[in-house]
Write a protein that binds this ligand. Structure first.
Ligand SMILES: CC(C)(COP(=O)(O)OP(=O)(O)OC[C@H]1O[C@@H](n2cnc3c(N)ncnc32)[C@H](O)[C@@H]1OP(=O)(O)O)[C@@H](O)C(=O)NCCC(=O)NCCS
Length: 239
C-alpha cells in the first residue's frame, strides 16, 4: 500500500478575511499563498509558518523593503549597534563606535569582502540592517553548518519603536525574496542565533526556518556562544 501523501494547508489573511487552500505538488508554500489570494496589490508575507497550517497575511499598510547599505547609513548603523536590545545579541564585528562600525562594514559596502550589508526600510524609513554571505566563504561556519552553499543571514531591527510589533518575519521575508533572486541556485538559507535569543528563534520559525543542531560558536571577544543552527528549505517555502 502506498503511503498517504502529506497535504500542507495554507491560509492568507486579507483585511480580516481568511482564504485557505492546499499546497499542490511542485508548489512552494509561498507559491500556494500567492495563487490562493490572487492579489495584484500586495505580496503574501508570513504570519506564522511554524504550525500545521502555513499562515500568510496580505499587509496593505506596512511596506517592508531591503536595500543595499551605503556609507551614509553608518551613523544609523552605529546607533542601532549601540542600542541595548541589539548590543545584547550582536557581539561580533568590533566595537559599536563610529570608527569600529566604519572599519567593520566599510569594506563590505565597498565589495571588498564576501559579506553584503543591507538596510531595512519600513514605509520608507530606515529601521534596521542585515548582513548576508555564502556559508562556504566563512570557514569557521562552513565546518559546522549543514550546507556550504547555504546563504547565511544576521539581522537586527535597530529602532526600538519597531521591535516587538510582529514585523520580524516580514523583515526576514523581504530579505529572503531578494536573496532568492540574487542566489537562484541556493537551496537553503541559514541563521544561528544564541540559544537564549527567544525572539530571534521565534521569528525564524514564523518565517519558515526549522531548528537543527546546536553548536558552540567562538566569539570575537574569546568567549563561546551556544547557537542554534536554523535552516530554511528554499524550494519548500519560497521557490
Ligand atoms: C530578532 C528581531 C529581529 C525580531 O523582531 P521583532 O520585531 O521583535 O519580532 P516579532 O515581533 O515579529 O516577533 C517576536 C516573537 O518572539 C516572541 N518573543 C519575544 N521575546 C520573547 C521571549 N523572551 N521569550 C519567548 N518569546 C519571545 C514574541 O512573542 C513574538 O512571537 P509571537 O508573534 O508568536 O508572539 C528583533 O527582536 C531584534 O532586532 N533583536 C535584536 C537583534 C537580534 O537579536 N538579532 C538576531 C541575531 S541572530
Amino acid at each position: 500500500m502506498e503511503p498517504a501523501a502529506v497535504v500542507t494547508h495554507v491560509s492568507v489573511l486579507d483585511r480580516g478575511r481568511e482564504l485557505s487552500g492546499v499546497v499542490r505538488s511542485s508548489e512552494s508554500w509561498f507559491g500556494a499563498a500567492t495563487r490562493i489570494c490572487a492579489s495584484l496589490h500586495a505580496t503574501p508575507t508570513p504570519l506564522d509558518l511554524s504550525g500545521e497550517v502555513k499562515r500568510f497575511v496580505l499587509d496593505h499598510d506596512v511596506v517592508v523593503a531591503v536595500r543595499a547599505m551605503t556609507h551614509g547609513d553608518l551613523p544609523d548603523v552605529t546607533r542601532w549597534r549601540q542600542s541595548e536590545h541589539v548590543a545584547r545579541w550582536w557581539t561580533g564585528a568590533g566595537e559599536p563606535t563610529a570608527e569600529g562600525v566604519a572599519a567593520a562594514y566599510g569594506p563590505c559596502i565597498d565589495g571588498l569582502t564576501p559579506t553584503r550589508m543591507w538596510v531595512v526600510e519600513i514605509n520608507g524609513r530606515s529601521v534596521g540592517f542585515l548582513q548576508d554571505y555564502r556559508i562556504g566563504d566563512h570557514p569557521e561556519f562552513a565546518l559546522l553548518g549543514p550546507d556550504p552553499e547555504a546563504i547565511g543571514v544576521d539581522y537586527a531591527i535597530g529602532d526600538q519603536a519597531w521591535v516587538g510589533r510582529g514585523l520580524g518575519a516580514h523583515v526576514l521575508w523581504a530579505w529572503m525574496l531578494r536573496a532568492h533572486h540574487r542566489f537562484p541556485d541556493a537551496t537553503s538559507f541559514f541563521a544561528a542565533p544564541d540559544h537564549r535569543n527567544a525572539a530571534s528563534l521565534r521569528v525564524l520559525a514564523k518565517a519558515g526556518f526549522h531548528q537543527g543542531v546546536w553548536f558552540d560558536a567562538p566569539q570575537p571577544d574569546g568567549s563561546v556562544a551556544t547557537v542554534v543552527g536554523c535552516t530554511l528549505d528554499v524550494p519548500t517555502v519560497l521557490a
